[in-house]
Every structure is written in structure tokens, then in C-alpha cells.
Design a binder for this molecule. Structure first.
Ligand SMILES: Cc1ncc(COP(=O)(O)O)c(C=O)c1O
Length: 394
């Protein structure tokens, strides 16, 4: 019997192989590798899929978070309230711009930010709240947006794990001021390398993000500079400028930015996969439904909230004795993963923030109990049943 991996990207590739190889070869033959037609089209298609006005592609999800924070003017001396139960990049991006991540605990059932703890952490330095839709389930955005409105704060969605999730009829990525996605290969929508995107309805914010992704230079750089300095002036545009390869203002820098672009090969692949994303999510949900049905008696299973459509980036279970369960799965040839063994407030690099063990008890408790089992759109029924059987036999 073959092994069952946590996810199987080869299987996904085989399904789109012909289209993917044709699209990649076309890019290679075109000689246009940066900021071409595929990037432009993918941005428009992704914006339409999410239901926002603007999508600005970047090199990865971490850069998306950094650039989004910078575009909102968040930096040195500011505080951003977020969750400790997430991938490190969430807090890393906040630290990278010079701001301080302020952690609130999470719920034991959804693993998302406990919104009842947010207001107590707001100070005059707080600029934003950054919820993470962890494992593909949206945070309580109605409450988070209400708190943000009351206190004049921005809300930045870390939607890196939640492409395709829907919250009360609205897609993750259209639920706040700005949102960030990762196209790391393991994500719901993954490319063949690194990639990311920022979504927003605010044109000025989108322009500033576009400027930051290419060194703050070119026409976008000048437009962003004018926005940030309250200058009401037209920026001369060159119809043939693509803001990267050819641009008369390429060597004129208006902001200190980044080199953070999605490339044409990745955009071409993402355009193919975006058309399949809803079907991918449907398959993930089908697998999750079967897991939950079979395992709810023995393990704590993910919650399904009314109106909050879980995209099941990961399928997470809780158990008293994680080590025993994972080793039994291993013996049965089934992969398992631990997300996340150390909550961010207890990471060594954040020692100076002053959190102690016991400070955020739910995140700490979960970090000892949770584990992920195989979950990917192409998982077969026989594989699902094998995973269930192995978990039942532990
Ligand atoms: C919640 C979360 N935030 C941010 C990131 C960073 O994305 P990337 O790896 O594309 O930089 C990831 C994924 O890796 C993530 O899961």
C-alpha cells in the first residue's frame, strides 16, 4: 500500500499538465517574463474572483503583508494586534516594518483571534488589527471590523490560508481595508514557486502597493508620492511603459520600496488554477465532511460555523496524546503535520516582547494538541477511509 502524504502536488499537476505546459512554453517563447499580459490578466481575474476593485501581485505572501502594512503608513512605533497561533510571517511582517505585534489569545474551537480580548489591548499606538483566517476559516470579521471602526483602526486580513473561503456571502480578501494572499505551492491556490497578492477596494492604497513592489519608481512611484504628500498633479504616462522593463521613469525613485513581483510563468499557471479553485475547495470540503463524520466521537474536529464557509487549507484535529497518534499514523504510512508547535509570543526572537508561558493559554494548549491529516483536493475516497481507519485504531 502506498504512502498517503499530507498533500500531493504531483496529482494536481497531472490534472492540468497539458494546459500548464502549453502556457509555460508560451511565456518562455514570448521573451516577456516580468509584468506582462499574464500578470495583468491574473490580477484582473483574481480581483473579480474575490470581488474587489484592485489586486496587486507580489513575490510572496510575506511581502504582501509587509507592503500592505507600509501602504497603510504603519511603521516604527506603531502597534498591530494579531494572533499568536499562525505561521510566523504574520508577526514577522509587522516587526519588519518596525511596528510591534501585540498578541491576543485564540478560541479553542475555531483557532481564530478571540475578539473579546482585542479592545483591552488597544493603546494610542495601535494602528491596525491583523486577523488571520487560520487553516482556511475566516475570523469573526463582523466583530473585528466593528471594533476597528469604533477605534479608527485599519483591518488587514492575512488571508494566506483562505483563498476561496466565504464569510456571509463575501470572499476572504474582500472583508477589510486590505488583504494578503500567498501562492506558496501548498496553499489552496498555489503556484510552482513563490507568489502573493494584495487585494483592496481603495485605489490610492493599490497605487502605493504597486509603487512599493517596484522600488518606488516609475509612474506608479510618482503617483504614490503625490498621494502620500497630498500633491494634486497629473502624472505623465507613457502608453508603452510597463513600469518595470520599459519605463521612462524607471530610474527615478519616489519611495524606498522593494523588488517584489510575481513573474509571468507563475501568473500563467495561477490563471489556470484560479479557474479550478472553487472545485478544489468543494473537494476539500467533501473530504472534510467525511473525516468529521467519522472522527467526531474520538477527536476534536474542526467547527463549521453558520455562514462561514471553511476552505480547509488544513484539516486539524485535537487529541490528548499527539505523539502517539502521529507515530501510529506514520506506521500506517500516513503523513501528519503539526501546526504550530510554538505559538508566536513564545518564540525566542520575541523574548524581548515580555510574554511568559501561560500568558496566552489557549494558543499554548493548542500548540501541544493539534495535528493535521492528509487534505488536498485530489485525495481519493480509499485514501480518506485508510486515514480514518488508522485514526480509529489508535
Ligand atoms: C498565515 C500565513 N501568513 C503568511 C504566510 C506567508 O506566505 P509566503 O510563504 O508566501 O511568504 C503564510 C504562508 O506561508 C501563512 O500561512
Amino acid at each position: 500500500m502506498g504512502k498517503i502524504p499530507l498533500l500531493n502536488l504531483e496529482r494536481q499537476y497531472q490534472e492540468i499538465r497539458e494546459q500548464a505546459e502549453q502556457a509555460v512554453c508560451e511565456v518562455l517563447a514570448s521573451g516577456k517574463y516580468i509584468m506582462g499580459e499574464n500578470v495583468r490578466s491574473f490580477e484582473a481575474e483574481f480581483a473579480q474572483y474575490i470581488g474587489v476593485e484592485h489586486a496587486v501581485s507580489v513575490a510572496n505572501g510575506t511581502d504582501a503583508l509587509v507592503i500592505a502594512l507600509k501602504a497603510l503608513g504603519i511603521g516604527e512605533g506603531d502597534e498591530v494586534i494579531t494572533t499568536p497561533y499562525t505561521f510566523f510571517a504574520t508577526a514577522e511582517a509587522i516587526s519588519f516594518v518596525g511596528a510591534v505585534p501585540v498578541f491576543v489569545d485564540v478560541y479553542l474551537n475555531t483557532y481564530n483571534m478571540d475578539v473579546s480580548q482585542i479592545e483591552a489591548k488597544i493603546t494610542e499606538k495601535t494602528k491596525a488589527i491583523m486577523p488571520v483566517h487560520i487553516f482556511g476559516l475566516c475570523a469573526d470579521m463582523q466583530s473585528i471590523n466593528a471594533i476597528a471602526r469604533k477605534h479608527g483602526l485599519y483591518v488587514i486580513e492575512d488571508a494566506c490560508q483562505a483563498a476561496g473561503a466565504i464569510y456571509h456571502g463575501v470572499k476572504a480578501g474582500a472583508l477589510a481595508d486590505i488583504a494578503c494572499f500567498s501562492f506558496f505551492p501548498t496553499k489552496n491556490l498555489g503556484c510552482a514557486g513563490d507568489g502573493g497578492i494584495i487585494t483592496t477596494n481603495d485605489e490610492k492604497t493599490a497605487t502605493i502597493c504597486k509603487a512599493f513592489r517596484t522600488h518606488g519608481s516609475g509612474e506608479m512611484g510618482e503617483k504614490a508620492y503625490n498621494i502620500l504628500h497630498g500633491i494634486d498633479a497629473d502624472v505623465e504616462e507613457d502608453a508603452s511603459a510597463d513600469n518595470t522593463v520599459y519605463n521612462p521613469k524607471k530610474y527615478y525613485n519616489y519611495l524606498v520600496g522593494h523588488n517584489s513581483r510575481l513573474d509571468e510563468v507563475q501568473a500563467a499557471l495561477l490563471r489556470i488554477k484560479l479557474r479550478k479553485l472553487d472545485a478544489y475547495i468543494e473537494n476539500r470540503r467533501k473530504a472534510a465532511k467525511r473525516y468529521t463524520e467519522a472522527l467526531a466521537g474520538k477527536y476534536i474536529v474542526p467547527v463549521e460555523e453558520e455562514g462561514n464557509l471553511h476552505a480547509y487549507h488544513l484539516y486539524i484535529l485535537q487529541t490528548e496524546d499527539r505523539r502517539q497518534v502521529i507515530s501510529a499514523l506514520e506506521k500506517a504510512g500516513i503523513a501528519a503535520g503539526v501546526y504550530y508547535p510554538v505559538p508566536l509570543h513564545l518564540q525566542k526572537c520575541y523574548k524581548d516582547l515580555g510574554y511568559q508561558a501561560g500568558g496566552l493559554p489557549n494558543a499554548e494548549y493548542l500548540s501541544h494538541r493539534t495535528f493535521a491529516i492528509p487534505m488536498f483536493p485530489e485525495i481519493r475516497d480509499d485514501e480518506i477511509e485508510r486515514v480514518i481507519q488508522a485514526l480509529e485504531e489508535v
